[in-house]
Design a protein around this ligand. Structure first.
Ligand SMILES: Nc1ncnc2c1ncn2[C@@H]1O[C@H](COP(=O)(O)OP(=O)(O)OP(=O)(O)O)[C@@H](O)[C@H]1O
Length: 309
């Protein structure tokens, strides 16, 4: 797949604090690439460096593998900090944003009306931004980031503050843009949405890469299986079962996190007869659980660290 954005060996410090340490990844045409990490990990700093809002101490950011800098009119950006001029009408702000990107205004107007309709804002074109709800304002800002048909779209927390219906509309539109060839870099803390939408992901912790790959790669490499057992059992008995890494228990439901590379069918065959099983299921752990394991320095981090070494 054609590489649209390349970030190579990015380093950035604020005074003596190193916020980014050798960050490298790429974003390809037609894919949704997630940039993930706990609060303060370095996601927004990475995005701000890509957008030229700040400059890296070291490293290179290239578009289409060309060293001439990033053409602003080919990028769409929804920043983490929302904010549109308050006393300006919706259509005026959208046309202003399109004009900043040198996009033809008649085409921008036509597209703006289509998108306002799609985002349930039909008839709001002459309403002042200050009269919109927060979610409506976010929709307008999102429309402003895609009106000029960017080749690369950077979305910093696009779903925050949206109701579930609006989330679905955003999700659908983002997927559609990717299907039509837009390269999308998406930062989000909503792991369920990331898991549903993204093709690849890059996770940062303390300014460093901890995960980079397709969701499948990540799940195969970092995610173990977990076994959920419904039934009254002593946690100490469950912890003795071979290849159990740790156990979480809530009343009569126990979740056994299993070691890497277990064979689920063999593991089930060897379960002791003494444990009570009213219900049992085996799943791969979710991206949400991988994230929490890494972000809270639990078991997987050590394995992830070894795999990345
Ligand atoms: N302008 C700045 N001056 C000083 N330190 C900064 C500045 N911007 C970011 N930092 C620091 O750099 C680190 C990375 O911050 P960044 O905003 O990139 O994190 P993030 O991953 O986007 O977090 P969040 O999920 O909370 O938005 C943090 O330790 C933060 O305090």
């Amino acid at each position: 797949m054609e590489v649209m954005l390349t970030v190579k060996d990015l380093e950035k410090s604020f005074k003596d604090k190193k916020a980014l340490k050798s960050i490298s990844f790429d974003v390809r045409k037609g894919e949704i690439m997630a940039i993930l990490g706990p609060n303060g990990a370095g996601k927004s700093t990475t995005i701000r460096n890509i957008m030229g809002i700040m400059y890296p101490d070291q490293g290179a950011i290239t578009f289409h593998n060309n060293g001439n800098g990033i053409p602003r009119h080919k990028i769409g950006y929804l920043p983490e900090e929302r904010g549109l001029y308050k006393n300006v009408k919706v259509m005026d702000i959208l046309l202003y944003l399109a004009d900043l990107k040198d996009y033809p205004l008649d085409k921008a107007k036509e597209r703006a009306l289509q998108y306002l309709k799609k985002f349930d804002l039909e008839g709001k074109e002459n309403v002042a931004v200050e009269e919109l709800s927060k979610g409506m304002g976010q929709k307008v800002q999102f429309i402003g980031s895609i009106l000029h048909e960017p080749e690369l779209l950077i979305l910093d927390e696009p779903f925050s503050g949206l109701d579930p219906v609006s989330q679905e509309i955003f999700k659908e539109e983002i997927r559609k843009l990717a299907n039509n060839g837009t390269a999308i870099l998406l930062s989000s803390h909503q792991m369920n949405l990331v898991e549903e939408m993204c093709d690849r992901l890059f996770m940062i912790q303390h300014g460093q890469k901890v995960i980079y790959g397709t969701l499948d790669d990540v799940k195969t490499e970092y995610a173990n299986f977990k076994c959920t057992i419904h039934g009254k059992n002593e946690i100490s008995e469950l912890e003795k079962i071979p290849q159990v890494q740790r156990v979480e228990q809530n009343d009569d439901i126990s979740i056994l996190f299993l070691e890497k590379d277990i064979q689920p069918t063999n593991w089930i065959k060897n379960l002791p007869e003494s444990i009570t099983v009213n219900e049992l299921k085996i799943n791969r752990i979710s991206l949400h659980e991988i994230f929490i394991d890494i972000a809270t320095d639990k078991n997987l981090l050590k394995e992830a660290g070894e795999a990345n070494a």
